[in-house]
Design a protein around this ligand. Structure first.
Ligand SMILES: Cc1cc2nc3c(=O)[nH]c(=O)nc-3n(C[C@H](O)[C@H](O)[C@H](O)COP(=O)(O)O)c2cc1C
Length: 212
């Protein structure tokens, strides 16, 4: 069965910007062809644990003797890897929290990025290679897309680095700026830009859903 893997991690409840956009994208993708399913993982409601040993970052042949990986942790990691490897595409709600990736999302990514397996040591392509990933990243302020890290965006660039550059997935990022315009009075002047950014993101996600 062809499925989209949809990931949420927002903790902002009914205020969330990423959750409705992920849902919107998922619905549009489902409607674009017959025989499709969405598999859903909510990392805020059901977080995966942090890695407890560096052994989980390396293929068994690359592990040090002291890096003992227990069976349950290995099985959990394999399940997460298989879920991504089997997906037709992945959509990730990745809000900016403290200029960075939400820790729940980071823990999930840490399970996927394994040297010697999902990042083969012999130069071959890994199991995630070529899988499209849509990253939906709302943030309270605005960041310069020409050089995002210079302006403080440590959310989207690291996700693109690990999923795209390192694991070979086809990452497309869609950001929403100034989502705090209605909460923080000093940002009220940006409410027009906020509305425009949200509308542009929604339209881009609809377009992307019809192409995947
Ligand atoms: C814990 C936390 C930390 C945040 N840190 C930042 C930040 O560093 N920079 C920023 O522009 N916005 C920040 N924000 C605002 C969020 O990025 C913004 O509300 C965004 O819309 C969150 O997406 P979500 O509602 O889907 O979770 C933060 C919000 C929370 C809850």
């Amino acid at each position: 069965m062809t499925y989209l893997l949809a990931i949420d991690c927002s903790i902002t409840g009914e205020d969330s910007v990423s959750r409705p956009l992920v849902a919107e994208f998922s619905r549009a993708w489902l409607d674009a062809a017959d025989g499709r399913q969405v598999r859903y993982r909510d990392l805020a409601a059901d977080p995966v644990p942090h890695l407890t040993t560096a052994g989980l970052h390396y293929a068994p042949a690359m592990r040090r003797a002291h890096e003992v990986v227990d069976d349950a942790a290995a099985a959990r990691q394999q399940e997460l890897i298989d879920e991504v490897a089997g997906a037709h595409a992945v959509v990730i709600g990745a809000p900016m929290y403290n200029w960075s990736i939400p820790s729940t999302l980071k823990a999930w990514i840490d399970h996927l990025h394994v040297l010697g397996t999902t990042v083969p040591a012999d130069g071959s392509t890994g199991v995630f290679h070529g899988i499209p990933v849509i990253v939906v990243s709302p943030r309270g302020l605005a960041y310069d897309n020409a050089d995002p890290t210079a302006a403080g965006d440590y959310t989207v660039p690291p996700i693109e680095k690990v999923l795209g550059e390192s694991m070979g997935m086809k990452v497309t990022s869609v950001v929403v700026d100034y989502t705090l315009a209605t909460r923080m009075p000093p940002l009220a002047e940006h409410s027009g830009a906020a509305d425009a950014s949200l509308a542009a993101a929604s339209a881009e996600l609809a377009r992307l859903a019809s192409t995947l």
